[in-house]
Design a protein around this ligand. Structure first.
Ligand code: AHG
Ligand code: MN
Ligand code: MN
Length: 343
């Protein structure tokens, strides 16, 4: 059994350049953007590793735009990504979970044709207990790439199918970077001894059906009937041995999606009576993950439509989501249609 699923010994930098070269009109700008982003992720991987040691843990007194108490590591991650990305000349604007408004490129730096949206630290509730956390990112081309003026909110509010790249870093038992530029999903693992991300899984494919469901069941009393009856169904043993499903829920979307990409099954954050659009944010959480899931051969829906087709209306808007193996998501859709409901 090989340790890794690829035989090519290749760093992420090299991989990015090779992929860039496949585009006939590539200027190298996109490759340089990704290289800057991997620098931020390297720095964050280091800081997360040391987080119990350098007084970076703990709550601040402030709340973010969602009214949640913010961990110091969230703010730190927001700053590191900004500082790595503001001066490269590749971006015209950024948006982040931890910044209420758009993040503008400082006046002194030139504006490029790309847009970066990100969740600097995903899984904040797991920081203090040494459970996997991550960073989620998504890249768009600005609406008018010929402009050299600052980017606008409209540039950040493009539907997910327009993403030119998306990915996440997971700071787990190792640090992995998982990303796609629309040609499948590749996984890189950080080797701290040489300071490089090495390609470990190429073009991962999500199983057509899994045997795991992932959801915060503590909210089940607030779900609509189709979600409840679907989950009840998953727990019923079946003669073909496909059910009952196992429940796995880390509470860090990055980790739950990472497992889903490898093992299959379904990850859900449904709407409920107190959260009519669920909890997760469309622009910098659900869209990038939906892009990866689709690129790996899976499916991602809101309950009423394909996630990537949703036209965002606000930077921090939430959306219900159901994503993972095609057969699992379609089985949920079957429950929706039986109940004559779409939530
Ligand atoms: P964040 O830490 O960026 O605020 O995101 C946390 C999200 C996501 O990672 C996870 O799937 C979800 O919150 C968990 O929410 P519940 O605790 O409500 O299950
Ligand atoms: Mn998050
Ligand atoms: Mn976050």
């Amino acid at each position: 059994m090989p340790l890794v699923k690829t035989s090519r010994l290749i760093t992420i930098e090299r991989h990015i350049v090779e992929q860039g070269a496949m585009h006939p009109d590539a200027t190298g700008e996109f490759s340089r953007l990704l290289r800057d982003l991997t620098l931020a992720i390297r720095i964050l991987a280091r800081d997360v590793r040391r987080s119990g040691l350098n007084d970076i843990l703990g709550l601040t007194d402030s709340t973010n735009v969602h009214g949640e108490r913010v961990k110091r590591l969230d703010i730190h991650a927001n700053e590191v990504i900004f500082r790595a990305m503001d001066h490269g000349g590749h971006l015209c604007v950024m948006a982040s979970e931890e910044s209420e408004d758009l993040i503008h490129i400082p006046d002194e730096y030139s504006k490029g044709k790309y847009v970066l949206v990100f969740d600097p630290l995903d899984g904040s509730s797991n920081i203090d207990v040494n459970v996997s956390i991550g960073t989620i990112f998504s890249i768009y081309k600005r609406l008018d790439p010929s402009l050299t003026t600052p980017g606008t909110e409209a540039d950040c509010l493009q539907p997910g199918f327009k993403q030119v790249a998306a990915g996440y870093a997971m700071y787990g038992s190792s640090t992995q970077l998982v990303y796609s530029t629309g040609r499948g999903v590749d996984v890189f693992t950080f080797d701290p001894t040489i300071g490089e991300f090495l390609l470990t899984f190429e073009n991962i494919r999500i199983p057509k059906r899994g045997r795991i469901y992932s959801v915060n069941s503590g909210n089940s009393h607030k779900w609509a009937e189709p979600v409840r009856s679907y989950v009840r169904h998953l727990l019923q043993p079946s003669d073909d041995g496909l059910r009952p499903y196992s429940l796995r829920y880390v509470g860090t979307m990055v980790a739950d999606i990472h497992r889903t990409l490898h093992y299959g099954g379904i990850f859900m954050y449904p709407a409920d009576t107190t959260a009519p659009n669920g909890k997760l944010r469309l622009v910098y959480e659900v869209n990038p993950m939906a892009f990866l899931v689709e690129q790996a051969g899976g499916k991602a829906i809101t309950g009423t439509q394909r996630v990537l087709d949703v036209q965002p209306e606000a930077l921090h808007q939430r959306v219900p989501c159901f994503m993972g193996s095609v057969d699992d998501v379609e089985e949920y859709e079957h429950f929706l249609s039986m109940n004559g409901s779409t939530t």
